[in-house]
Ligand binder design. Sequence first.
Ligand code: TRP
Length: 326
Amino acid sequence: MSERIRILSGIRPTGRFHLGNYLGAAKNWVDLQSQYECFYFVADYHALTTEPDGHKVEDKVFDLAADLLAVGIDPSRSVVYQQSKVPEIAELNLLLSMVTPLSWVQRTPTFKEMAKKHPENVNLGLLSYPVLQGADIVIVKGVGVPVGKDQLAHLELIREVVRKFNRTYSPIFPEPRALLTESPLIRGTDGKQRMSKTVGNVIGVTEAPEVVRKQVMSMVTDVKRPRMEQPGHPRTCNVCAYYKLFFDDWEHYWELCRKAKIGCGEKKRLLAERMVEAFRPFREARAELSPELVTRILDEGSEKARTVARATMAEVRQAVGLPTLR
Ligand code: TRP
């Protein structure tokens, strides 16, 4: 068994991978591989809380897994798997739910938001979403959980549930900690909201150059600069914010913009070309991944995760007072 600290994180298969996913999560996951023993998975059970038809999620699972591999998640160093291929997680979810007071999950901010947004589909799975997330983590006895700020409330709840479980039965689980991802907040092409598939303001990472160009060219630019002859406002312009991420000499471009020597359209064209170039290795790696290879990697990773999960469940069943499975 490895002596490195075990960490784990998951991502819901809600569509193609975008720059927000990359900078906000995957890039960090890739970097953590050199230090930790990593478990990374596609959270397809979690996707069912909002899309109950698993058939509609299938392709997205594949796309997301392929994208993660393409940007540098390395199956020879990390366990890469599909949540639903480890059904022990669902059993642990059930057992954790028995020690989770209803009031704890009812006060979860993400639940309240989702319930408001989709009043037609407030299901029990949605309510226990963070408990399932807790099962994901403790089934492999994950200690660190790389997540963004939006997940901190879930992690707090999960820690309470784990403490309660350990107190009620026996101290089987380590209390997981969040490893906060310090990432720049990436506003989408609308220049307003965080990049998100549902908002529809995304820029792809592994997609064809034409797609990336089109998305970049659709970016909302400096609204206080209706004509090119007027000086720009790089501090508030979203396109200029991206320059900071993609150009070492971004200050030069900011200055040109302030002096009205470069227009918004031209800035976007340059940015698009820079991104297309920066993403080239990802795109090429993605093109080389055959569906068979991705499926094999997910199958093998899921089998590894399952071996760990089975061992945990044997302990859990014994602690709770359920029969030993043979
Ligand atoms: N809830 C996470 C998100 O929406 C995804 C997720 C599911 C997850 N299970 C997890 C993250 C376990 C970390 C650990 O982004």
